[in-house]
Design a protein around this ligand. Structure first.
Ligand code: ADP
Length: 396
């Protein structure tokens, strides 16, 4: 009996999910959870598929514990929890696969070296994704690991949606619009295909609104445009990232205000977005509960920028049949969904307020010309599916 583990390692957290493969075509969730506050005071929490808490643990005074140290403890717990099921592979979310990787890939030295060169393109994520792969390698050198790329889903999008208006040589050197959140969009496309195949076959704009946020324009389940570009900074306003920005601002920050490259990076990735505009928090829930004008302005800008990008994605698709909201804000925040959809009434979008407040699957009113849906994403399951497929390819 077998199991696979999905890992999604960030700077201060590691999300994980354990899937058993008693029926290999339908991975069954055995546990999921998160190690948080790495570098401060790490804590681990895992729950069963039904939501009951399986383990809660903190490491008081554990600020020095590395991702590798904590993964070792997580493995010990997971092996114990899985009993006689053997972990046969680990799948990782890897944010950037560059121009080369259009599909998940088995990890080896050459792959790791290649992915390392992409760290400057995703400084918030890539180094941590790779650190987790290395940590698992040192713990279990022979365990197959599969890198699942957030960029891969967007690989087939039209050339025009990949090109930037820079001299050609830069495109040839990889300065392109890649797009991210691909594991989430791939899952949404598959779920929509299962639940509402007519809509999935049409023109759909999916909105992944979490700490990171983007939109994806999908035609017949394929990405044809997306708001993130060369890096995960572009497009929508996010928790701490600015989203699309006049590139002249970056020049001004450096040449006139004297900010160094790393200060600009810190500003755009970690101090902007909801946090920067509100001056209060990067967390949408916290801001919604705050009565200050700055919090209201931050939410207003988030909604305004999102609605504007919905317009752009609609143009890329030449119309739209369905909108899908997903991730922390998209799945739970009726006010943000309402704000965005109000700004899209010119498209014929009408919400059913009661269904929206209840986070129902279909939140559009019967008279709406565009279906509006809420579908919880599951990147960990997508990683598990890719990992199993890679193992099957390996087996021949
Ligand atoms: P990540 O990108 O880190 O995976 P999530 O998808 O968990 O992020 O989204 C985090 C965002 O979702 C935060 O801004 C948080 O406030 C918001 N969020 C999560 N749950 C809720 C909720 N029940 N109501 C409103 N907002 C929520």
């Amino acid at each position: 009996m077998k199991a696979v583990v999905s890992l999604n390692a960030g700077s201060s957290s590691i999300k994980f999910a354990l899937f058993t493969l008693d029926d290999p075509s339908v991975p069954l969730l055995a546990a999921s959870g998160k190690i948080e506050k790495i570098g401060i005071e790490p804590s681990l929490r895992a729950q069963s598929a039904a939501g009951s808490v399986l383990v809660e643990r903190t490491w008081p005074g554990g600020a020095d514990l590395t991702h590798a140290d904590l993964l070792k403890d997580l493995f010990a717990w997971a092996i114990d929890h899985l009993g006689d099921r053997e972990v046969v592979a680990i799948g990782h979310r890897v944010v950037h696969g560059g121009t080369q990787f259009a599909a998940p890939a088995l990890v080896d030295d050459a792959l790791l070296a290649e992915l390392e060169t992409l760290c400057p393109l995703a400084p918030l994520h890539q180094p941590h994704n790779l650190a987790a792969i290395r940590a698992v390698r040192s713990l279990r050198p022979h365990l197959p690991q599969v890198a699942c790329f957030d960029t891969a889903f967007h690989h087939g999008k039209p050339e025009v949606a990949s090109r930037m208006a820079l001299p050609r040589e830069f495109h040839d050197r990889g300065v392109r619009r890649y797009g991210f959140h691909g594991l989430s969009y791939e899952y949404i496309a598959a779920e929509l295909g299962r639940i509402a195949p007519d809509l999935a076959a049409g023109r759909v704009i999916a909105a992944h609104l979490g700490n990171g946020a983007s939109l994806c324009a999908m035609a017949n389940g394929q990405s044809i445009d997306t708001t993130m570009g060369f890096t995960a900074l572009d497009g929508l306003m996010m928790g701490t990232r600015c989203g699309s920005l006049d590139p002249g601002v970056v020049l001004y920050l450096q040449s006139e205000l004297g900010l160094s490259v790393s200060e600009v990076e810190d500003l755009l990735y970690r101090r902007s977005g909801l946090l920067g505009v509100s001056g209060i928090s990067s967390d949408m829930r916290t801001l919604s509960a705050n009565e200050s004008q700055a919090a209201a302005e931050a939410i207003e800008l988030f909604v305004w920028k999102a609605a504007r990008e919905f317009g752009a994605m609609t143009a890329s698709l030449q119309g739209v049949d369905a909108l899908v909201f997903t991730a922390g804000i998209g799945e739970n925040h009726a006010g943000v969904r309402n704000g965005i959809c109000k700004r899209l009434e010119w498209l014929g979008v009408r919400l059913d307020d009661r269904a929206n407040e209840a986070n129902d699957f279909r939140i559009s009113a019967p008279e709406s010309q565009v279906a509006v849906l809420v579908i919880p994403t599951d990147e960990e399951r997508m990683i598990a599916m890719h990992t199993i497929a890679a193992l099957n390819r390996m087996a021949g």
